[in-house]
Structure formats: structure tokens, C-alpha cells
Design a binder for this molecule. Sequence first.
Ligand code: ZN
Length: 154
Amino acid sequence: MGIFKQLACPFCTLDDARIILTNDHAIAIYDGFPISPGHRLIIPKRHVASFFEATREEQAALLNLLAEMRERLKSLPTSLSEREENDSPQPPFDKAGSLSVPDGFNIGINDGTAAGQTVMHLHIHLIPRYTDDTCEPRGGIRWIFPDMDISGLS
Ligand SMILES: [Zn+2]
């Protein structure tokens, strides 16, 4: 990552084993603390904190890699335990045996400290979702505020 590398940044000093896909300006990696099987991060090669500070070219590269990573997750073997063995250095999840290809995705960016960003190197979360992986999926990322009433959602 050349002159843009920041030694204190975990995404500028990544272990190559975490890198799954790359293109001109972005890389896709395994999330270190996955919240669902297949959780991935799409990050720019350049050290930049905000999506809105990234160039249009970098934003396009990030979105292209996001789509490519989704395709890959959708096309992997249907046995999740098999998938995690092939695709991740992390151990399979407890519920892995009953899951297969993702049925949906949450896509999210924590942009700024107030929004919960802790690593100040832009990263897009790609979080696979599986039918019945939670008893109430309605609302998705609206659950950032778990106490907010979402009963009016359509
Ligand atoms: Zn960085």
C-alpha cells in the first residue's frame, strides 16, 4: 500500500492471509470479529477514514469489489461448515450446520466516531443474513437504535 500506509492502522498492516479479493483501489478481507458467517470487509488500499473522503474512483472500486464479494459468497458450497473451512481461517459458527448460501445481506459503513467508527480507515461491512437467523429481522440496520419503535415500518 506504499506511501499511504500508516503503521498504527490495522488495515494498512494486514496479514495477507486475511485478503480474499483485490482490485485497483480496494481489497476484501475476513472480518476479525464476524457477527455472521461470511462477514467481510471491503476497504480502500489508501488510508482514508471516510467514504466521503475517498475519490469517486475509489468509491467505484469499493462498490465493484462489494458486488464481487457478494457473488462469491452466494456461489460458495452450500454446506456452511465446508464453506468456512475453504474460505476462512476462523472456526465455523455454532449454528453453521443448518445454514447455507446467504439469503440476504446487510451492508454498512460506520462513518465517524459518533457513528461508531473505531478503526479510522474506511471499511464497508458486508454481512450475510440467513432466513430465521434472528427472530425479528424486520428493520435490519435500523436496529442501530434498539430502543427505537420500528412498528410503523413497511
Ligand atoms: Zn489504514
